[in-house]
Design a protein around this ligand. Structure first.
Ligand code: ZN
Length: 253
């Protein structure tokens, strides 16, 4: 069984369609999504539609929660983007399709599992909102050990938009340090972040996702170029979306 894990799409349909096409070329059996389908980006409705069609299931991210219910702990640009995002669904409410997409958002879970993997958007102890940053492996050993206490073996998280593997050492390995593949071993418990499809923050603007291969007992990390410039132009053209949300896509931060 090969499972593609996507996360943090953030309304970027150009990045999402590029990732889904790549997934289709790699003999994948199913796709799962760790949340933040929308927020920040110019095409939230199309992204929800594609996730509903293509993913076996999706989790609820903090931005999905923000648009559906209430944006909490967001900066001004993110809060304004959340209200604009909600309006995109409401504007189409007379149409059954849009209502169906909005209802799909309301069914998203905060945690799920597949094989030996616990899956959450943020962290096992605060599934929607807690960040597990690469620097926590060095600076916050107590936080990391408390989080690893909640991980039997393996866990997938999103939320930071930074791909890589945390071990219970604790340590953090970006995909470049792993040659793009993490090989599981019996000694390590791990938390794996596939990175962000639609808004990478590791200074590499390319879309990021991962594939778990059960037979190889490994996770592959993938990066893909897509038409970033056209997404940036769409963001610039929408007054409610701060231009900074476009600028950061160009830099991957
Ligand atoms: Zn996110």
């Amino acid at each position: 069984m090969r499972t593609a894990i996507i996360s943090d799409i953030h309304g970027n349909v150009e990045a999402l369609t590029t990732v889904l096409a790549d997934i289709d070329s790699r003999k994948v059996d199913r796709v799962i999504c760790l949340g933040d389908i929308l927020g920040y980006g110019p095409d939230p409705v199309d992204c929800v539609e594609l996730v509903a069609q293509r993913c076996e299931w999706s989790l609820l991210g903090n931005h999905d929660y923000g648009a559906l219910y209430e944006p909490t702990n967001f900066n001004a640009a993110a809060e304004q983007a959340a209200y604009w995002t909600r309006d995109q669904f409401k504007r189409e409410q007379d149409d059954d399709e849009a209502e169906r997409r909005w209802e799909f958002l309301g069914t998203l879970r905060v945690r799920s599992t597949f094989d030996s993997f616990l899956c959450v958007h943020g962290s096992p102890r605060r599934p929607i909102n807690e960040y597990i940053f690469p620097e926590d492996a060095i600076n916050s050993p107590v936080k990391m050990s408390q989080i690893f206490e909640l991980v039997d073996r393996h866990c997938f998280v999103g939320h930071t938009h930074v791909p890589g593997v945390f071990t219970n050492e604790p340590d953090f390995y970006p995909p470049t340090d792993l040659g793009g593949v993490y090989q599981f071993n019996d000694e390590e418990r791990v938390i794996i972040n596939p990175g962000s499809v639609g808004q990478p923050r590791d200074l590499d603007p390319r879309a990021s996702y991962a594939i778990h291969d059960e037979t190889a007992n490994a996770v592959e990390f993938h990066r893909l170029e897509y038409d970033v410039e056209s997404v940036v132009q769409k963001i610039y053209a929408i007054p409610e979306l701060n231009n900074w949300l476009g600028d950061r896509l160009l830099e991957g931060r």
